[in-house]
Design a protein around this ligand. Structure first.
Ligand code: FES
Length: 354
């Protein structure tokens, strides 16, 4: 029953954002392919009608069988307190799960479809593999709170959270004009340090750090930005990237993106293909490059790029991130390629100790 209410409310929020994006002309300008739509809309309905009910049912059946004494223990507790507790634990779990999906290769493969979207939009938040959702710890937490009698808090909490999440993925940047109004600036400063704004989350979807706005390896939060601040991954620029998506994206068929690892990509260049391994391309020799004054560059720190010494996006699915630097003058420079220089991106001859 609670899930039905949640579904209806979230569908209403999606319809509202769809109408607003259509009025703003964003849907008309969209270059989304059928494959994108199938993946985004299909994934939403599979999540709402299959995955989430199955998780809640599993928790309820297991809870009844193993811990019957805990059923409905939250019913007499203050409702607002249950809601706050549910939301904080839910969002913290999702922060770490999302962050892990950028740092561990298997989880990255389940999440990368989310970052393949080359344009933002109200449905983009649902682009993930089915297994990504099945393993999502906060969905199981929601099932647990429901079993313990906090079903109403879960429904209300999820609706509030979906408003923030769908809003932060939408092409309607509600925060953009507000940053420009001088007397609202202190308010916006505080607000973006509490909840996820479109600027904060769009930066996470930007194609690369090169633009000085994007950081796909930062801003992992979903409803609250407090976790990014606490764990050192928050990036605030109040600006929006112009390029979204993944560098060197082989654009797999949606069946591989959604059903991985059960369905794998045929393209051997895809991370989702059978037997694909990222190999180390770094060497023990520095690389001389020609730099242009005031140009930004992204130096590869992970040692996996096929475009050494620069980043080509291969670091996704590892704990490494590229180093952005701006050339101070025109001319040749010796960049580190052993990846142990203490003056990276520049060579400090540390490779001689290898
Ligand atoms: S490919 Fe980006 S840091 Fe190595």
């Amino acid at each position: 029953m609670g899930i039905e209410i949640w579904d209806n409310l979230v569908v209403s929020i999606l319809i509202l954002f769809g109408i607003l994006e259509t009025i703003a002309g964003n849907l008309k300008r969209s270059h989304r392919s059928w494959s994108d739509w199938i993946q985004e809309v299909g994934s939403f309905f599979a999540l709402a009608s299959l995955i989430k009910p199955a998780i809640v049912l599993t928790i309820v059946v297991l809870g009844n069988a193993l811990f019957p004494a805990y059923m409905n223990v939250l019913t007499d507790m203050n409702w607002g307190f249950v809601l706050l507790g549910y939301l904080l634990v839910d969002d913290c779990l999702q922060y770490w799960y999302h962050r892990s999906a950028h740092e561990y290769n298997f989880l990255w493969k389940l999440h990368r479809a989310h970052h393949q979207a080359e344009e933002m939009g109200f449905f983009v938040s649902y682009r993930n593999a089915a297994l990504y959702y099945i393993m999502m710890p906060n969905l199981w937490w929601g099932g647990l709170v429901t079993f313990m009698g906090g079903g109403l808090a879960v429904v209300v909490g999820l609706v509030l959270k979906q408003i923030v999440i769908i809003g932060s993925h939408s092409t309607l940047p509600w925060d953009k004009p507000l940053y420009r109004i001088r007397f609202l600036q202190p308010l916006m400063y505080v607000l973006e340090r509490i909840i996820i704004t479109p600027a904060f989350h769009h930066a996470h979807h930007g194609k690369s750090k090169l633009d000085g706005i994007s950081d796909p390896n930062g801003n992992f939060g979903n409803m609250f930005s407090i976790w990014d601040q606490l764990f050192g991954t928050a990036v605030y620029t109040q600006r929006f990237p112009s390029d979204y998506g993944l560098p060197n994206d082989p654009k797999e068929h949606w069946t591989a993106s959604y059903f991985y690892p059960a369905v794998q990509a045929k393209d051997k260049h895809s991370e989702l293909s059978r037997g694909y391994v990222k190999t180390r391309t770094a060497t023990n020799e520095p690389i001389w490059v020609e730099l242009k004054k005031d140009e930004p560059y992204l130096w590869c720190q992970c040692g996996l790029s096929k475009n050494q010494p620069y980043c080509d996006g291969s670091h996704h699915g590892t704990k490494h991130t590229p180093v952005r630097f701006v050339a101070q003058r025109d001319g040749k420079a010796k960049l580190c390629n052993c990846k142990i220089s203490k003056t990276s991106p520049f060579c400090d001859n540390s490779h001689e100790s290898l």
